[in-house]
Design a protein around this ligand. Sequence first.
Ligand SMILES: Cc1ncc(COP(=O)(O)O)c(C=O)c1O
Length: 368
Amino acid sequence: MKKPEMRSCLDKIKPYVPGKPVEEVERELGLKNVIKMASNENPLGPSLRAVEAMRSNLKKMHIYPDGNCYYLKEALAAKLDLKTDQLIFGNGSDEILSFLTLDYINQGDEAVMVKPSFSEYDFAMRLMGGTPRQVPLVGPDFSYDFEAILEAVNEKTRLVFICSPNNPTGSIVKKKDLDSFIERLPDNVLLVLDQAYIEYVDNEDHPTGLDYVEQGMPVILLRTFSKIYGLAGLRIGYGIAPAEIIGELNRVREPFNVNAMAQVAALGALKDNYHLERSRKLVGESRKQFVEGLSEMGLKPVPDQANFCFIDLKVDSREVFKAMLQKGVIVRTGDIFGFPTYIRVTYGTEEQNKRFLAALKEVLADLK
Ligand SMILES: Cc1ncc(COP(=O)(O)O)c(C=O)c1O
């Protein structure tokens, strides 16, 4: 076929393979009651206040959304004690990752990130012809090795991605470690602190990062309504950074990047502390349920502060994935993160967790 040649920097990008949708698995395998524990969604669903807000705005969908997310920005700024010019919203926090590389990455520029971590950092870098540099997490708890990260930073580095809690390991950074890391970062490097799961953290040593923004440091915090707020289907996330950085990100933002339904739902969700607390409590209980259930199988998850855990099964996780699918449980295999014997599992309701544990026990027994 005659066509323009694709940009060469895209050669290394493979289309993203998402967790399998429930409906697809049910259709393909002729199953009912399939559960998806693969995409770190909230099993309790969205807040009822978000649902109510969407319902009462249904008849306004012929109007373009507010490109500035005015009401949402006001509400979030008040909640976090920030100025509205320190906030930017995206079509998911994924979109803000793209803004970052559009703004700051020229061909050949580098970004440092850890391995394993969220795949979109690599993707956003490659999209602009940038080079991702991966530094391994260390030890059985997948801890951050800040000395090694600093060693990977060089004169070409523009961005450093720190994900805490980290996807897929659930491990976190400590505030004092991050404080001294930032001090040692060169001036022309922007620290991207991805906090998609921060609402689940109960460790008091974890950094909020808000003080860095307040002090005008070159830092952006990324958060989302997809996880604890249960609004993944609507696509809305946000960035918190000094106003100068937000101004630069706004240059590459489409005028109506966040849809109107997402804006009203997020505003409703922000008002619902009950839903937030319930979701947080469920994750704490699930973590306990998993640790107990897995220990009966001689397994130990990586200690996490998120709504999922990463488990080394010591066998090929793609085999486990296929067998679990037959039992109507969708999990995520570790090979996509470079850890083929691990699975990543999103905590579900108590009942779903039980089903997962029972299915895993059977599957592992069959594979041995
Ligand atoms: C660490 C991390 N960052 C960002 C995202 C993207 O979230 P959003 O749905 O807001 O694009 C995810 C989603 O899985 C994630 O795990």
